[in-house]
Design a protein around this ligand. Structure first.
Ligand SMILES: [Zn+2]
Ligand SMILES: [Zn+2]
Length: 466
């Protein structure tokens, strides 16, 4: 199978609509472990093992999803970077980040202070959300990666190793340190016209931490990690069989979906297994990672609809109710999200204004409209633009977390710009609704199963053929 240096593409073309059911080549005997299946559209890409050279990617010819990306020396590099991240974690979150000075008065604070101030202002939900996404989840991600890579490096498998890697996978998008760093830079841009800003040790530690965390995502090869875990488990003969795994079908062809071949792919570790419907009240579990196995995510469309509708309902108060209150010489002034954006445009900071406009208004709107389009196209069984819709869904997944930017900026400004009677910044009720919009859209994206797009197209084309 030819692989070029940068991107690996298999030489199969999707027909218009991508709803092919006809096998491209002769059917071959099944070894489900050797199959390569696209997790985003369920198409069987190869019926044998595919070697992906280091630095190359295997891309699904139907939905353009990156199925596999091979990294150089992933275990040792992940181990080194996650350990560095753990060392930087405490100074980055507890040392003073910035000091703001104005007319001889000064205020300073750390990342932890920004969470504490939200809690003291009685915004318990928002402070808890910032605590989780800004501190706890990033710490857990580093800790889990460190433990897993250490186990793989020492070639010792503990009972918890697959569990830890599974939880890293689930927490991946919920740790938002890089969004928080952009939040710090926006807070600096907002205050630098009126305030003298001193960058403290915590600021540099935080930049170091975010650099390391981005590095871990670049060097981590989850596929290689799961294969390493599986090999260690097999060596120890601890590899259990799936409770509901049935006998595999005799033959399977490429360009068929895994579901139509009687197979299921684990959503967490992407292992392909024969599937048999479990008895009522029981669930099938992946023998490699322990995650639940479903042919398609249960109640996916209903839950996504409910969450998108929640996001639409929360969107109005989030934009109409003030999210921040500024008191200058005892005179309070409330500002909504749009007021904050106007402030940047009027003061000439167009770049920062655009970042906030994108993160706070355009991204939530794009996510809601995009998810509505996907849901409607499944219900109406629209066959056109399937690959574009699949790419749009992955983009919605990617941008989801960046809407938290405004919440982080407000929490930082509350902690760093408290100059007593002269001037204070406080959180206002709109921020709770805005956080709910971000949460609803993120959960909606998680609940949506993109494979249903291709299933809808497949069933429509099958009906047309009859
Ligand atoms: Zn695909
Ligand atoms: Zn699994």
């Amino acid at each position: 199978m030819p692989l070029n240096k940068a991107v690996t593409q298999l030489d199969w073309r999707s027909p218009p609509g991508g709803s092919e059911t006809v096998a491209a080549g002769p059917a071959v005997p099944l070894d489900s472990g050797a199959l390569t299946v696209c997790p985003a559209c369920d198409m069987i890409i190869a019926t044998g093992p595919v070697e992906v050279p280091v630095g190359s990617r295997l891309i699904c010819p139907r939905c353009r999803n990156t199925v596999r990306e091979s990294k150089k020396d992933p275990v040792r590099r992940t181990l080194a970077l996650s350990l560095t991240g753990l060392i930087l974690f405490l100074p980055a979150h507890f040392l003073v980040l910035l000091t703001f000075k104005v007319f001889g008065m000064q205020d300073q604070g750390s990342v932890f202070d920004s969470i504490r101030i939200l809690y003291r202002q009685n915004y318990l939900f928002v402070s808890f959300l910032v605590l989780l996404t800004g501190m706890i989840f990033p710490l857990l991600k580093l800790l889990l990666l460190f433990m897993v890579s250490l186990d793989l490096y020492r070639q010792r498998l503990s009972r918890l190793t697959p569990f830890m890697l599974r939880w890293y996978h689930h927490l991946e998008e919920w740790g938002m340190s890089e969004v928080y760093l952009i939040g710090i830079l926006v807070a600096v841009a907002k205050m630098h016209h009126t305030t003298l800003i001193i960058y403290d040790k915590g600021f540099f530690c935080f930049i170091g931490l975010v650099t390391v965390m981005i590095g871990t995502t670049l060097v981590l090869d989850e596929h290689a990690f799961w294969e390493g875990i599986e090999a260690l488990a097999a060596r120890k003969e601890r590899h259990p069989q799936a409770a509901s795994a049935g006998p595999p079908p005799d033959r399977v062809s490429p360009r068929q979906t895994a579901m139509t071949a009687g197979l299921v792919q684990c959503r967490t570790c992407h292992k392909v297994l024969p599937f048999r419907q479990p008895p009522p009240g029981r669930e099938a579990h992946c023998p490699r990672c322990g995650g639940r196995l479903h042919l398609r995510r249960p109640q996916s469309l209903g839950t996504t609809w409910a969450l998108v509708l929640c996001a639409i309902i929360f969107l109005l108060p989030a934009n109409l109710i003030p999210i921040m209150k500024v008191e200058f010489l005892g005179i309070p002034k409330s500002s909504t999200i749009m007021d904050g954006i106007n402030y940047f445009f009027q003061s000439g900071s167009f770049g920062i204004g655009l970042i906030i406009l994108t993160a706070s208004i355009l991204v939530p709107l794009f996510k809601i409209i995009g998810l509505l389009l996907l849901l409607l196209s499944i219900h109406c069984r629209r066959l056109n633009w399937l690959t574009h819709k699949a790419v749009m869904f992955r983009f919605i997944e990617f941008i989801g977390r960046w809407s938290m930017l405004d919440v982080f900026v407000i929490s930082l400004l509350c902690a760093l710009a408290d100059f007593g009677f002269f001037s204070t910044i406080k959180t206002a009720a709109g921020v709770t609704f805005f956080s709910l919009v971000v949460l609803s859209t993120m959960f909606a994206t998680i609940c949506f199963d993109p494979r249903l797009l291709w299933d809808a197209a497949l069933s429509t084309s099958s009906r047309a053929e009859e």
